[in-house]
Design a protein. Structure first.
Length: 54
């Protein structure tokens, strides 16, 4: 198992859980006029795109 630590000594996975890799911008909203959605929200609103297995 590969364990990667950052400068703070924390594992990268812990930093991800803590939100250090969450990079958000308002670029989508500026370009489209509406806020971005998560992939989960998109598929929940467009279940037909997933096919009949869901």
């Amino acid at each position: 198992m590969l364990v990667v630590t950052g400068a703070s000594g924390k594992q990268v996975t812990q930093n991800m859980r803590d939100g250090w890799f969450d990079i958000t911008t308002r670029a989508v909203e500026r370009l489209t006029g509406r806020p971005a959605t998560t992939l989960t929200e998109f598929f929940a609103d467009n279940r037909s795109l997933l096919g009949e297995s869901v």
